[in-house]
Write a protein that binds this ligand. Structure first.
Ligand SMILES: [Zn+2]
Length: 285
């Protein structure tokens, strides 16, 4: 069986023999009570996904089904502030923790989040590109989508959904001079803070582009976490400024959603890795 609580086909190779699964709670726990958390990474959520962006688009119905499934199985959504506090011991881990992140701030995705998440008492973090709020996305070739304006963003906050920074212009930070990179990080943070009147501590790196210098500048700008696009469950030894996430793709089936939630990987990838282990070969990635 791939998807029951008792048996999961694929674990991160580091987890083999080191971690156990709490089958009662469905939370993967390591020695010493460590907890691995799926940080789900969404982009667009829309009833009419853009054909050129299908891989990164969930239909609203698909998203609603995923959230219903999480709620029915007793998952608790964590804000990234709570994730930091739980990791630091300042807050107790909830039952079946999962974090939801939504990159880019597409208007349809924000409306879907507002429609679906409060029904389940769920929270999420939406990462905004501050220089384009209320405008259009133009950072992916062939994709040009409307972005939520500040009024919709304020509705998010009133609904208990958090906002983080996805920089000012969504450029690859690794390709910028230090000063330009610093401005992208600091100006986006300050803009959201000014408009929402609360601290912004969380960042998502555009295109997942990060290197040690970008990480250093993000820390200096005052970010506590940085979400990368490295695939996997977030473990206790994750660098907070390079958190691993779990991709949720529009091209996946529902079984892939469940498998990704438990292992970080889609069914075919998880099965391939499981098979490699059975054959005694270390997974290549
Ligand atoms: Zn993005």
């Amino acid at each position: 069986m791939l998807l029951t609580n008792r048996r999961v086909v694929s674990h991160d190779s580091r987890q083999i023999g080191q971690r156990r699964q709490d089958t009662r709670l469905g939370t993967r726990q390591g020695q010493g009570g460590t907890v691995d958390v799926p940080i789900l990474m969404y982009h667009q959520i829309s009833a009419t996904p853009h054909p050129a962006y299908a891989q990164y688009s969930q239909s609203t119905a698909q998203f609603a089904r995923q959230m219903r499934w999480l709620a029915a199985r007793g998952y608790t959504t964590l804000s990234l502030d709570s994730l930091v506090r739980c990791r630091g011991g300042a807050e107790s881990w909830p039952r079946r923790p999962v974090a939801i992140t939504i990159d880019d701030g597409y208007a349809d995705a924000v409306r879907a989040a507002l429609e679906v998440l409060p029904k389940h008492g769920f929270t999420a973090t939406v990462f905004l590109v501050t220089g384009a709020v209320g405008g259009r996305s133009r950072w992916d070739a062939g994709v040009d989508l409307p972005l939520a304006g500040w009024e919709l963003v304020r509705e998010l906050r009133q609904a208990g959904i958090h906002c983080g920074s996805h920089t000012v212009t969504h450029r690859r930070l690794t390709e910028l001079e230090a000063d330009a990179c610093r401005r992208e990080l600091e100006d986006a943070k300050r803009d959201i803070e000014d408009r929402l009147g609360e601290p912004v501590r969380h960042l998502s790196y555009p295109f997942g582009a990060i290197n040690p210098e970008v990480r250093r500048l993000a820390a200096a700008a005052g970010y506590e976490t940085g979400c990368a696009v490295t695939i996997g469950l977030s473990t206790d030894d994750d660098d907070p400024l390079m958190l691993r996430r779990v991709r949720i793709l529009g091209t996946d089936g529902f079984a892939d959603f469940v498998c990704r939630l438990r292992t970080g990987r889609a069914v075919s990838d998880a099965a391939r890795r499981g098979l490699r282990r059975l054959l005694g070969r270390a997974p290549s990635s």
